[in-house]
Design a protein around this ligand. Sequence first.
Ligand SMILES: Cc1cc2nc3c(=O)[nH]c(=O)nc-3n(C[C@H](O)[C@H](O)[C@H](O)COP(=O)(O)OP(=O)(O)OC[C@H]3O[C@@H](n4cnc5c(N)ncnc54)[C@H](O)[C@@H]3O)c2cc1C
Length: 467
Amino acid sequence: MQLLTRRSLLAMLAVTAFSGTTCRRLTAQTSPESTHCHTLVIGAGAAGLAAAQTLQDADCSVVVLEARDRIGGRVHTDYDFASHPVEYGAEFLHGENIVTWDWVRRYRMATLPAFDYYRHQFAYANQALLPFRQWSTIPGLDALDLLNGSPIDTLIANWIDAGKPDVSLAQFLELHQIEWSPEVRRLVDHSLSGSYAANLDQLGVYGLMETTYAGDGDRYFRLQKGYSHLLEQFAAGLDIRYATPVTRISWSSSGVQVQTAADQTYTAQQVVITLPLALLKANTVEFVPPLPEAKLKAIQGLGAGHITKLILKFDQPWWPSELESCLTPLDTQFWWRPGWQRSNEAPVLTAFTGAKGADTLGALGRDGAIQTGLQHLEQMFEKPLTARLTDARFVDWQADPYARMAYSYVPVDGVGLRSQLAQPVDRTLFFAGEATHLTRAATVHGALESGIRAAQELLSTPAHRAI
Ligand SMILES: Cc1cc2nc3c(=O)[nH]c(=O)nc-3n(C[C@H](O)[C@H](O)[C@H](O)COP(=O)(O)OP(=O)(O)OC[C@H]3O[C@@H](n4cnc5c(N)ncnc54)[C@H](O)[C@@H]3O)c2cc1C
């Protein structure tokens, strides 16, 4: 996910309808113990739903196995907390050109612009709440524009062109003697923590140049009815088995057998796997035989980034009406108004905290995170607020058993591993999910595209695979 814009923080501040058909429709037999279908999809997040829909459109029989009792995965809208939808996971459409718009338009969904005027972006710096025109002139803060044609961007490009070794962004800055004040460094680190769910010392410079988001556009939007509403449109008409965690995938070139926690067995010719990277790393699903070495290397070599969201509701709005968001060197990192631009905006603020900051808040637990959030707001806005809090949510994605992460990043020497993760195995196992997208990882649209790509790969395997 991009915090402000991934390529430009200061600026902030295809589906090709598949026509090939190597599948023939089968009727799924649904006895509780054993079900046969042509294709299984594991996970009903953005990638899984896009894969399943693409396969179904190509006349394949598809069953989606989903561990949770809901669709969406890392897309999860709360419709009860406030007078408007509040996002626990993905919140923004990152760009005016992304594939998601095909569906937004098809389903006639309304959107709301976000982060489109500099004057609404604040930063807490030099112990004061500063509007954009003031904080953007602080020496060093132009580094927030790190990857958008800044001098650092050019240095990284030259480094890569010269074939120099991959290093972390922190090492890169040190090697080039780029030094900032501790506060500026924290602000830069916090903006990267949100964008990449990783700190300066975790991100490889080659990886930053791989994940380009080229062509996506710089404008940001929320969905008026929430992100889950969009994915519900995808899910309509699909055969989804809820509360069905997969525990084992036994595979060979002649097909797959998938075991679930309730000891059901599903058999199919092929399976599309959309498990979040952190779950693959932790071997939460056993592969029999184990995945090939190259796949394991990709799984272990990519980074599973961390994010928490702290969502606080107050009795009344008490912040300046022109404030949309506030970047801070304090551990909570970045605050925004989830109801921005809504006529029925509730007095709610979200703290979006990444990487080590997310771990710090996660270690405090819900109550500790709420207390910390309130303290930071009181410090930044110089008013007592505790008595004004009426409700709160703390969403720790790392503690979620079916995610254990927020989104993936590319650490040092990780370049190329996303492609390796995406590679099918033995024309039986197909891989999708945000971490498999070379250039648009960590986004909903990247996940959607990866699902379509995996489905198309499956559909273009030789016809002898169809029974
Ligand atoms: C806090 C946060 C903020 C974000 N903000 C944005 C944003 O603003 N814009 C944006 O574009 N992106 C954003 N993202 C990223 C985006 O949400 C993800 O990239 C995308 O949703 C991932 O989709 P996916 O299908 O790859 O994975 P998931 O959505 O994680 O789907 C995987 C599915 O597999 C299921 N599963 C797990 N284990 C099993 C099992 N054993 N058996 C069966 N099913 C299983 C899970 O329950 C889940 O439904 C954000 C993410 C987070 C966490």
